[in-house]
Design a protein. Sequence first.
Length: 302
Amino acid sequence: MTDDTLEKSRLTLLGLGAMGTALARAWLAAGHPLTVWNRTPGRAEPLAAQGAEVAATAAEAVAASDLVVLCLLNDASTGEVLAGADLVGRDLVNLTTGTPAQGRARARWAQERGARFLDGGIMAVPPMIGVPESGAYILYSGSRALFDTRHDMLAVPAGAVYVGEDPGFAALYDVALLSAMTGMFAGVSHAFALLRKEKDVSPKEFAPLLTGWLTAMAPYAYGVADHLESGDYTRGVVSNLAMMTEGNATLLRTAEEQGVSAELLTPFMDLMERRLADGYGDEGTTGVIDLLTRYRTTEPST
């Protein structure tokens, strides 16, 4: 152990799945004394060889450090693992994937037990952790004082981005970003499906065109944000809803010709047609968001 290690702050990590192990290795590589615990003890052995202290129980691991980080299976497992631990005076950072409501409830739960709390959403896969050039970052929400105090340690595995005092915001941002990614995956899947039966089309040769096109279209998000904040859904629109809805027929016809199901496209197209039928043909596609939120907030009829 070096003098630098002695000067680094200690922390505890509960949960050593693929992501938890990647986090642990990043903190150990940075010289932070680390106590770990995992329900399956064997997963801790490689980390012990790298200098981690292995606790026999979760309660013992919590007692070893003022900063406790969790990277467990789900919110229920978080409650189970911490049930017998003394959290008074601890800083609790929960990187377990959950929903906004679970983050808020867990923050209240932690406060009732005398702990400060941050919820987190990891925007990375394990190989990106501890690699600064990977672009990985972790969203945090909850106690600003905790975030500021522990920022340097939290920024070791990945960039640390604070998104608000509301403990549910990290999970909300996380799921919103993952939802956008899922939509992109759907579009990419449909694009490759259209080419699938063409023997003279190489997927590898098409991929650079596809990634370049998606990159060029990404600033669309800024336009949507401007529409939502200004309330003017026509501002800066080049291809309006009427034009795009008309063009959808060609997309659907091509899918039929190629023997490809359009089921990944039609839900969004149906919303576009509804918005057009409501008389908003001069807008872009931002109005679809209003259709979605109205659906979510409509009270059931009695």
